[in-house]
Design a protein around this ligand. Structure first.
Ligand SMILES: *Cc1c(COP(=O)(O)O)cnc(C)c1O
Length: 376
């Protein structure tokens, strides 16, 4: 079976882990964590980049940083992973789901203003497939209404919008290094702070609500409990693994893009025959080839395609069940306006295998897909 995902190892992970072991510093914020944070600051221009256990943890930190009160509202797409909504719902805030764009499947920025109420505190955008949302329009809305912007940039490491790295265009950004993402540490993530306004509190929240980081920098002579917080920092073993991946980030991205381009060129003929729709990448977006998806005519065609691919030994998968229609989504959140695009596109979308190392098998995948599509 050709799997949908296969974690790529650069070959240096184990020697870095051995070095972390030899260093004898196994808890968080040792030399490897510092290296990863420096890489993130260089590559995203964030003023502060803090490694976390996951993107989920980074989103939870963002929700704490916004001081959300029960009943406050956060506008977001429904077509996303549960953590985008959970992070805010855990603070008692209400996720307000709006529809997505037909083309990029990102939040439809034209619908945001219609969802703003006196309780709205923030907009949480999701850069689906590593392709940026329309950030200039969203920044403008946020500024006019005094709202914060959180970027769920889980899929978007190495992606940019008008040459600005994703995750540092809004106030706060959350990255994921989960093994299904481009650059990985098993479980892992990072919180990015665009400017210093949130930096100090972010450090405190990540260190169980203490000013331990300031203590280690010699800025205070003892550390104590100063704010709400939790344990969000990964240990050095995880950071050592991640450091090896970060060093190979350019190569990983280039190899993924080459595979993505293969799919895109192959799918053009089927799109011309109206048998599917290919992903749309606006010209102002530089994407990271996180995902190659196709939109098939309907849910039945998708189920048929997935089962025909499986019969030929290739795993292809669908994606999110829209959150506004999920049991917990209807309990803690609400939606605003029509969700037709979300409903329709989520039923049609199928994701193709895409991982570094697939080069040797991409022809097999495409041949299987030819057969599966011709039978539809
Ligand atoms: C993967 C993903 C997450 C969760 O990332 P974790 O690191 O597993 O917590 C959140 N949001 C989106 C859009 C994702 O794709």
């Amino acid at each position: 079976m050709i799997p949908f995902n296969k974690p790529y190892m650069t070959g240096r992970e184990l020697s870095y882990i051995a070095q972390a072991h030899a260093n004898g510093h196994l808890s968080g914020d040792g030399p490897y964590t510092k290296r990863c944070s420096a890489w993130l600051r260089e590559n995203t221009h964030a003023s502060t980049a803090l490694l976390t256990h996951s993107c989920t943890a980074a989103l939870e930190m963002a929700a704490l940083l916004l001081d959300l009160q029960p009943g406050d509202e956060v506008i977001m797409p429904s077509y996303t992973f549960v953590s985008t909504a959970n992070a805010f719902a855990l603070r008692g805030a209400v996720p307000v789901f709006i529809d997505i764009r037909e083309d990029t499947l990102n939040i439809d920025e034209r619908l945001i203003e219609g969802a703003i109420t006196p309780r709205t505190k923030a907009i949480c955008v999701v850069h689906y497939a590593g392709v940026a949302c329309e950030m200039d329009a969203i920044l403008d809305i946020a500024q006019r209404h005094g709202l914060r912007i959180i970027e769920d940039a889980a899929q978007a490491v190495m992606s940019a919008y008008k040459d600005r790295p994703l995750g540092t265009i809004g106030d706060l950004g959350a990255l994921s290094f989960h093994e299904t993402k481009n650059i990985i540490s098993g479980e892992g993530g990072a919180l990015l702070c665009r400017d210093v306004a949130f930096s100090e509190r972010a450090e405190i929240i990540r260190e169980k609500g203490t000013n331990r980081s300031r203590f280690f920098r010699g800025q205070v002579d003892k550390y104590t409990w100063v704010d709400l917080g939790s344990s969000y920092l990964p240990g050095e073993i995880t950071a050592a693994f991640l450091a090896a991946q970060m060093e190979a980030a350019q190569e990983i991205t280039a190899r993924r893009l080459a595979l993505w381009d293969r799919y895109h060129a192959w799918a053009a003929a089927y799109e011309a025959r109206d048998m599917l729709r290919r992903p749309v990448v606006p010209t102002n977006c530089r994407h990271n080839a996180h995902m190659y998806y196709m939109l098939l005519p309907d849910q039945d065609a998708r189920a048929e395609f997935i089962s025909r691919m499986k019969a030929q030994g290739v795993q292809t998968v669908f994606h999110y069940i829209p959150l506004h229609s999920a049991p917990e989504g209807t309990r803690v959140g609400r939606h605003c306006g029509s969700m037709d695009v979300t409903a329709r596109q989520s039923e049609r979308l199928v994701r193709m295998p895409l991982w570094v190392g697939l080069e040797g098998e991409i022809d097999t995948v495409l041949e299987a897909a030819d057969k599966a599509l011709e039978m539809l």
